[in-house]
Design a protein around this ligand. Structure first.
Ligand code: SF4
Length: 344
């Protein structure tokens, strides 16, 4: 029988494990400390647990870390790692160094149900939710782990469609018994699943990034089929109704497609619907995806779009080009790997 993985369990889950093993109450915190602070690779290294306890634990459990299978590196230093999950499926993780920041972009699902037409992962369809172990392993098992300063949940999948596992990882990353990271260094993105946005805002203190891509319902529906059940207005109302503190940030991701969502009418409507929300818009230049008939605007048009928004009082920034290609093509590497496995 396969052993259960300890890495990725919250303190409450570790308490349940220690109860089940008839270990003393304080052992759960000791185990959390070994897993998330002392970064050990085997149960045998948990030397403040008795040998008997370690043997007992090892009979049913393992740490559960796994190295990436491969990686690719782009000329600007960003690296994309490929991890095996579920039953021969793959997820991608991007490491994006940028001056004194080192950001990790993690995946939360294998494939995705949301079907955004501009996204390679959307084209894969949905293969399954991954566990908190598999989400957090992307952070712990890359060589640059100790250099990381920020984490964004913007890789494959819709994080809020796997909210239980995502919330567990946020708990582990931000708790004093876990990695003790500030929640302001972590951003979770969503296409706008209203029910889960509210749950996420209530149960975590991390930043939220909403993929907007158009302020018009009909147009957004064509780009992101999820819009059929979650209108822009409903998404913005859910955000407006929440009491944000000064540290917590809401941002909107806006991929610019040439001749589609980059007109003065889009600027006016964005300014109107975002009025009263303390937020920022991150403008992202679309990077072509195979089989997607959408084009990228030139950089001058992107700059003009940003300035027009800023002039209307909306804080807009252009997402630096570093790592953009790797992110825009999110899903490509895992698609190739999965196709390879099928044809073998
Ligand atoms: S953009 Fe995000 S939510 Fe949309 S299909 Fe791709 S991975 Fe899923």
């Amino acid at each position: 029988m396969e052993k259960e993985k300890l890495y990725g369990k919250t303190l409450n889950e570790l308490i349940a494990v220690t109860k089940r093993m008839r270990m003393p109450g304080f052992a759960a915190r000791q185990i959390a400390d070994w897993l998330y602070r002392k970064e050990i690779d085997s149960i045998d290294e948990m030397t403040n647990l008795s040998k008997k306890m370690r043997d007992l634990l090892s009979a049913d459990y393992c740490i559960g870390l796994s190295d990436p299978e491969t990686f690719s590196e782009s000329t600007d230093g960003t690296r994309k790692y490929l991890f095996k999950v579920l039953d021969n499926k793959y997820i991608e993780t991007a490491f994006i160094p940028d001056d004194d920041r080192a950001t990790l972009c993690v995946s939360c699902q294998s494939g995705c149900k949301m079907g955004c037409i501009f996204c390679m992962t959307g084209k894969q369809g949905f293969q399954g939710n991954i566990s908190s172990n598999e989400i957090l392993n992307q952070f712990r098992s890359i060589p640059e782990f100790s250099r990381l300063t920020n984490i964004v949940y913007m890789g494959m999948g819709e994080p809020l469609d796997n909210i239980d596992e995502v919330l567990k990882t946020l708990d582990i990353l931000t708790s004093e018994w876990g990695y003790g990271w500030s929640p302001t260094r972590i951003t979770v993105s969503t296409v706008g699943l209203i029910k889960s946005i509210t749950e996420f805002l209530e149960k975590s203190r991390c930043n939220l990034a909403v993929s907007l891509h158009s302020p018009f319902d009909e147009e957004r529906k064509k780009l992101m089929p999820v819009q059929r059940t979650n209108s822009v207005k409903e998404v913005l109302d859910a955000i407006r109704n929440f009491d944000f503190n000064r540290q917590r940030r809401v941002s909107f991701e806006y991929i610019l497609f040439k001749g589609l969502n980059d007109s003065p009418a889009h600027i006016r409507e964005l300014a109107r619907i975002l009025n009263g929300i303390r937020c920022r818009i991150n403008l992202i230049r679309f990077h072509p995806v195979p089989g997607v008939p959408l084009e990228s605007p030139d950089m001058d048009s992107v700059i003009r779009f940003r300035e027009a928004l800023n002039n209307k009082g909306i804080l807009a920034t252009i997402r630096a080009s570093r790592g953009m290609e790797i992110r825009a093509a999110c899903g490509l590497l895992s698609t190739i790997q999965q196709n390879k496995l099928i044809s073998e």
